[in-house]
Design a protein. Sequence first.
Length: 393
Amino acid sequence: MPRLKHKLPSYCRHKASGQAVVTIDGRDVYLGPHGSDESKQKYEQQIARWLANRETPTLSASSDSVPRDDLRISELLVGYFEHADAYYVKNGAPTGEIKNLEDAVRPLRELFEDERVVDFGPVSLKTVRQAMISAKLSRRVINARVNRIRRVFKWGVENELVGPEILHALQAVAPLKKGRSSAPERREVQPVPQKHIDAVRLLVSSPVRAMIDLQLLTGMRPGEVVIMRPRDIDQSGATWRFTPSSHKTEHHGTERAVFLGPKAKRVLLPFLARKPDAYLFDPREAMAEKHRERREAAKVTRPIKKLRKRPNPRLNDHYTRKAYHNAIYKACRKADVPVWGPNRLRHNAATELRKQFGIEVARVILGHRSAEVTEVYAELDRSRASDIMAQVG
């Protein structure tokens, strides 16, 4: 049996996070929960790319080993995903954009993998788009994926692998218009009916219930509420101010501020008596609460075990967005109500804020701010938002 020239990078467990990780060319790539099918599939994809890159000449502006006219779509994708794996990383873990890119280029890879880049034009791109339409993807999803494919070619132009005339030609493919294509329309996300929220609140643990209430009051994103810590909350004013340590648009250089009024402060008070760096909402506490309720229901009189000094390796010290979503999902099933996710709670908050104070105030409070908005304009809005949240939050 022939021996590999290069030892395959190993599938490992990252002790601190519990994620699977593979080290490729000195860089750690996180794959998801260790032992999961998803992480193993991502590992296989990373190894396939690594092996392909070993057999493919390096794509760089200074390399003459692959003439531009002979560059294949598959080779361009190998180079681009090497860039993407290093670029789309946040707090040491890959962002969801990697999966979005993989989904976007799948029909491109299937239809034109061996095609020369110089032969890929607007008609080819429309052929890829038609495959997405045939797969019953919604119009908005298709437009977003076509834009991601163009991003691959833009990267190629930036690195002098693709002629600018190719990207210019691809930009001529107009996005699908509403009502003028056979692609279905995605249903607009609606606020969660209050009766469905009330049904779930009765069945979830106190940390999850508090996160739901905070989202309804402030319009926070799920990824923001799960990482709340005492140190991130400025309690010096009448209206508290929470500055997330990480947020969705931080790579644009924007600052995110969440204002906490009297109602939000009452929700937070039971969780603030902990170390400044500790997360407010701990799934280990939720598990202890669940065991306590079961024992009380069973009328068990033996003492309740305290939380382990060594944390359960299966539980983090704070909720992830996925764990928070799963807690609500299970409660929806148990309550026999239509399943809803925590991100929809932002729509509840936005609807109420817009109804009472207008769309501009709702935009600022929810953090919907474009990169072009000036800091002066933002500060004026934040001052008004703080006063309003003192009344309603």
